[in-house]
Design a protein around this ligand. Structure first.
Ligand code: PFF
Length: 453
């Protein structure tokens, strides 16, 4: 018989608080920094279409599964997978899936913190008027200059990691619930302002068409893999972050409605970021495929030219920093919850230790932009490898296994009991997607990318 469990780490005060926290985790650098640059790398419209299909058909059903498992287990992902496997008499090795997530979390946080550091640096630059009325080429040099300096990158990487550790030490609810409540809407409003600005630039039509008119000749297997990886990355799926947050979700909250709200908010932010950025790219004669620096070059040019750009620019990077912050804490939380549960550590100690590991791993990313620039594997730097390995391989693989666990291993009665949407059409659609379509989708995209189909 199943025992009702409570989380030792506490619970969200309401479903709304969970939506805010999970949206805080989902909306971050992935939407505003990564989505536009990956879209540019893989050619625009067709990529965006595959991305949206991946969100709807693969990521959303898996997100429901992940939240459901978290709430049922009410522990860190490693222990949740263990107790659920035990409860259903399944192989206990399913707990290794929790480990895969913890490792992915460290790897993502290590480079995420470096990029969040660029944002931190740009707050001061925008604030001091460094972008105001300067030539486009000077703005490119500012970004190149930042990447060329390991010292500057280390300072902001360290600062950001410290910020992450501080919030996780305090416990996810106290600081976080309040912060997300007004920061997310503020970021949204600022993005809308940027879209308004982009609409008035001469490149608007071209930028808009680039995003929404699919040119399938540009779509490759590699691009489809990247679109799927981006869906997992952007929704914080496949590594236990959402599972951990789900473990703090009150029992009576609707998982389906919650998932829908988070996915819609996350996708809207990514698309808005795209609409704000691509018109600027074409208006200023930049290259859409210029890589990770894309927003750090285009947006400052716009801030430098628009009225009140110094204020708008500073505000934008402050909000982006907060968006990154509410995501980074969810990357650390699964490991911290496990250390508290299994190693009997206090929260601050656990957060400090986990943060230190991610910080050390991040040094490689810092150096990959300068001193280690030429150390490459398959033409990828350390930073590229971390990003590729986690988003395109570890997260979809984690998601695939979660889907298999939730729909092939766990009995139907358990998911019916936990999802609380009855047996009707809604439940059947979810079960079909998570049992057949999502796993097959992930597998097909994997095999296609390595050229096997
Ligand atoms: N979803 C975050 C973003 O889009 O910036 C990044 C992220 C957070 C990925 C948490 C994975 C994760 F578990």
């Amino acid at each position: 018989m199943r025992v009702k469990r409570n989380s030792i780490h506490g619970q969200w005060s309401s479903r709304w608080a969970f939506i805010l926290a999970a949206t805080g985790s989902a909306v971050g650098l992935g939407n505003i920094w990564r989505f536009p640059y990956i879209t540019g790398t893989y050619g625009g419209g067709a990529f965006v279409l595959v991305y949206i299909l991946c969100v709807l058909l693969i990521a959303m059903p898996i997100m429901m599964a992940e939240i459901m498992l978290g709430r049922r287990g009410r522990r860190s992902p490693i222990n949740t997978m263990y107790v659920l496997a035990e409860e259903e008499n399944l192989n206990r090795s399913w707990s290794y899936l929790g480990w895969l997530g913890v490792v992915a979390g460290f790897l993502i946080l290590s480079f995420y913190s470096v990029v969040a550091g660029w944002t931190l640096d740009y707050i001061f630059r925008a604030g001091s008027g460094a972008f105001t009325n300067v030539a486009d080429t000077a703005i490119v040099s500012i970004f190149d200059g930042l990447l060329a300096s390991p010292e500057r990158l280390m300072v902001t990487h360290s600062l950001f990691m410290a910020l992450t550790v501080i919030i996780v030490s305090m416990g996810v609810q106290s600081g976080l619930e309040r912060a997300v409540k007004f920061l997310m809407p503020a970021l949204f409003i600022l993005l809308v302002i940027m879209v308004g600005y982009a609409m008035a630039t001469p490149g608007f039509k071209e930028g808009f068409a680039y995003l929404f008119e699919p040119d399938f000749s540009k779509l490759t297997g590699e691009g489809m893999l990247a679109a799927m990886g981006q869906a997992f990355f952007s929704l914080s799926l496949g590594m236990g972050a959402i599972m951990t947050y789900g473990s703090y979700l009150p029992s009576n909250a609707s998982i389906a409605r919650t998932t829908f709200s988070i996915a819609v908010a996350d996708t809207c932010v990514a698309i808005l970021a795209g609409i704000a950025i691509f018109p600027l790219v074409f208006s200023y004669g930049l290259q859409p495929n210029s890589g990770p620096g894309l927003i750090f070059v285009t947006l400052p040019i716009a801030f430098g030219q628009m009225p009140y750009g110094q204020i708008v620019g500073t505000g934008f990077f402050v909000l982006l920093l907060f968006a990154a912050w509410t995501s980074s804490i969810s990357l650390l939380e699964p490991a911290v919850a496990w250390l508290v549960e299994n190693r009997d550590m206090s929260r601050p100690r656990a957060a400090g230790l986990a943060g230190l590991i991610a910080w050390i791993l991040g040094i490689g990313s810092v150096l990959s932009f300068n001193d280690w620039q030429d150390i490459r594997l398959f033409d990828k730097t350390y930073f590229d490898i971390m990003d590729y390995l986690t988003s395109n391989i570890m997260l979809p693989l984690g998601g695939l296994l979660l889907a298999i666990f939730a729909s092939w291993q766990m009995p139907r009665s358990s998911s019916v009991d936990e999802l609380k949407i009855g047996h009707g059409l809604g439940y059947q659609t979810w079960r079909f997607l998570v049992r057949y379509l999502a796993p097959l989708g992930v597998l097909t995209i994997f095999l296609n990318a390595i050229g096997l189909i």
